[in-house]
Design a protein around this ligand. Sequence first.
Ligand code: GLU
Length: 334
Amino acid sequence: MVADTHPEQVSAHGETPTEDAESDQKDIDTHLREIAEIARPTADEGHVAEHEDALGGADPNGFAIALIENDGTEHLEGDVDQVFPIQSISKAFALTLAMQKVDRVSAVADEIWARIGREPSGDPFNSLVQLEHEKGIPRNPMINAGALVVDDILLDHCSDPTAEITALVSELAGGDIGTNHEVAQMERDTSHRNLAVANLMADFGNIRNPVDEVLALYVHQCSLSMSTRQLARAVRFLSNDGVDPASGKRVLSDGLARRVTALMLTCGTYDAAGAFAFDVGLPCKSGVAGAIMAVVPNRLGAAVWSPALDDTGNSHAGRVALHHLAERFDLSIF
Ligand code: GLU
């Protein structure tokens, strides 16, 4: 069901809702409950990732959706405080940290963008073939190869990159974020392909630090454990021109925040970025544990979580939920 009304109770940034706030809140929450009722059962059509214990012990049948407005108002439904490894979603935060380090001024012509492209890959997120053809330059920072180069850059610019990325997500999420050490260990033991990708790029001169150090940082960021509520909160700096609305602190310049959201839109959902733009119309980043975080510019951060994935590796029910959310509240950027 897609409502043909656009309730528009989700307030624009900085505005006071025109109607009574309590009834607005109730209306949004009712819609959210209905969206969850529609989306949750569709998880049966997906499958939980099998190649690794990507969930870190979280319930494979869990479901959560969280909207957090830039003024701090929260709309929550389901298991919003269940934590899971953020996996590929960490790529957006690692890129943010790299931009903080080396890209504050120039958005395009610098150390990051000479080494990583800005195009959708059209190949699996961990493909070696494309990388060989393109001489070790990854298509974008949202695929594994690109994230490994981002981590290589972080190793050059951070005295303790593991601590710094943890600190960044903790600050954005509004609480201490931990690592799932079992997931990290298991990923380290089974990262044969990521190691191959890193070694191939090292051969082309695009990984400059020891590959095991680069991989250790990548595995760390993937195993950071966050809840749906924390993800919705953490992504809000991208919906607020680069400023974390909770602290008022600038995380990135507005120009750079726009670059991160542009890459999320074009490259953030594996090989389904076109379909996400079409069906949802929001910059999103997904991960193999079944979470998707989304940016609604100038309004709110959103996150959904449901572990069963579709054939493109995105949360099946999460994608359905985001579609209905965007439709009901008229949230598409297009
Ligand atoms: N740690 C996973 C890997 O590199 C992340 C995959 C993902 O979330 O897409 O294989």
